[in-house]
Design a binder for this molecule. Structure first.
Ligand SMILES: Nc1ncnc2c1ncn2[C@@H]1O[C@H](COP(=O)(O)OP(=O)(O)OP(=O)(O)O)[C@@H](O)[C@H]1O
Length: 371
């Protein structure tokens, strides 16, 4: 079901924005119907990007266009302010009008576009139907659950018939259980919207589950983009590796195909470890990244002799952290690593901080790719 009346167009962004000493410099396109997740650490420039797309801040250089309609292009002296852009915004805290009913909150979109009161309410009613909100039409926002308020905010944004949808941390105001329900529903509604959608989020799971493609921004630049599963499997920076819980090392490929790690030590790996049988090891002498899942590393009390794994090294237990169903052991060594083991294994090895241990990992569990 196509919910926009205008035919969907791609969003082209080539943006340079200067804010004091901070510079955002990104270049990307979002296809009609595509949901792009924008992730990055604090201060990376996510809000700056969102504000610029919405028309709340201006570009320093570059252009923003929906299809061939240009909204911002300083060189051509073009700038559409927020109210002239077909942008549906869903804010982090929804920002519903507290004194208006749910119906009138959603009708506001059409009213703002000049429609009469009756027509606006009729159109709003249709949106409430589509988003399963009809029974709440006469309630005030304070009488809604977080998940319902989130849907009303989405209905209000969609009712304006936007060409672009921007969602800022759409689930962050919800508790963990509601999040799960709303996430699935939201994903379906976004699929029905035919235009380009951007979701800014801090939550890696949200980003992985709700988006078609991820754009990772750090220090105002795009450091990685791709399908969520590919970004998660082969992160290009330690920020993403931490988000998805992988050990990530950078180094140089040696003639014997091991990767000499920048921080000391070496690891033998495989280009197929991420499951892509067509992948090749980066050439000898080139920079490479090495990703290892914490569950792939084994801990031993003494040097592992019989299995003779190609990757075995010694380290010191620096910390133990209880995760939901296992224990994450932090071992300092060359290289240092996070290792996930069962509580039973920790008890059996009688692990404690300061213990010397041996680590091993099979080369087939070590994923090597170009860095
Ligand atoms: N009005 C401003 N003037 C100068 N610098 C600013 C202004 N607003 C933000 N900045 C700077 O711009 C950079 C990017 O900020 P931005 O809010 O876009 O990051 P973010 O990725 O959204 O961060 P967070 O995840 O913390 O919300 C930061 O270094 C910030 O200090």
């Amino acid at each position: 079901m196509q919910l926009t009346t205008a035919s969907p167009r791609p969003l082209h962004v080539n943006a340079t924005v200067e804010r004091g000493s901070f510079v955002l410099d990104v270049d990307f396109t979002v296809a009609p119907g595509e949901v792009l997740g924008v992730i990055g650490p604090n201060g990376a420039g996510k809000s700056t990007l969102l504000r610029t797309l919405a028309g709340l801040s201006a570009l320093t250089e570059g252009s923003i266009a929906l299809g061939d309609e240009v909204y911002d292009d300083p060189a051509a002296d073009v700038f559409y302010p927020a109210e002239r852009r077909p942008v549906g915004l869903v804010f982090q805290n929804y920002r519903l009008f507290p004194h208006l009913s749910v119906l009138d909150n959603v009708a506001f979109a059409a009213r703002a576009q000049g429609a009469g009161r009756r027509e606006s309410r009729a159109r709003a009613g249709t949106w409430l139907d589509r988003l399963d909100l009809s029974e709440f039409a006469s309630r005030k926002p304070a009488q809604l659950s977080g998940g319902q308020a989130q849907r009303v905010a989405l209905a209000r944004a969609l009712a304006a018939d936007p060409g672009i949808l921007l969602l800022d941390e759409p689930l962050s105001a919800l508790d963990a259980r509601t999040k799960l329900e709303v996430r699935n529903g939201l994903r379906d509604h976004l699929r029905d919207f035919g235009g380009p959608t951007l979701i800014v989020t801090h939550d890696p799971l949200e980003a992985m589950v709700m988006t078609d493609r991820l754009l990772v921004i750090e220090h105002g630049r795009v450091v990685q983009q791709g399908a969520p599963a590919d970004v998660a499997r082969r992160p290009s920076t330690s920020y993403i590796a931490r988000l998805v819980g992988l050990n990530l090392y950078a180094g140089v490929v040696r003639p014997d195909a091991a990767v000499e790690l920048d921080g000391g030590g070496k690891l033998f790996g495989s280009a197929y470890a991420a499951g892509d049988m067509s992948a090749e090891l980066p050439p000898v002498g080139s920079r490479a990244l090495v990703a290892v899942r914490p569950t792939s590393v084994a801990i031993h009390a003494t040097r592992p002799e019989h299995s003779s794994p190609r990757n075995a090294w010694e380290g010191t237990v620096a910390g133990l952290e209880l995760l939901t169903d296992r224990i994450r052991v932090q071992v300092d060594g060359t290289p240092s690593a996070l290792i996930d083991v069962t509580a039973g294994a920790v008890a059996e090895l009688d692990l404690a901080r300061g213990d010397r241990v041996w680590l091993s990992v099979k080369a087939t569990e070590v994923d090597v790719y170009a860095g």
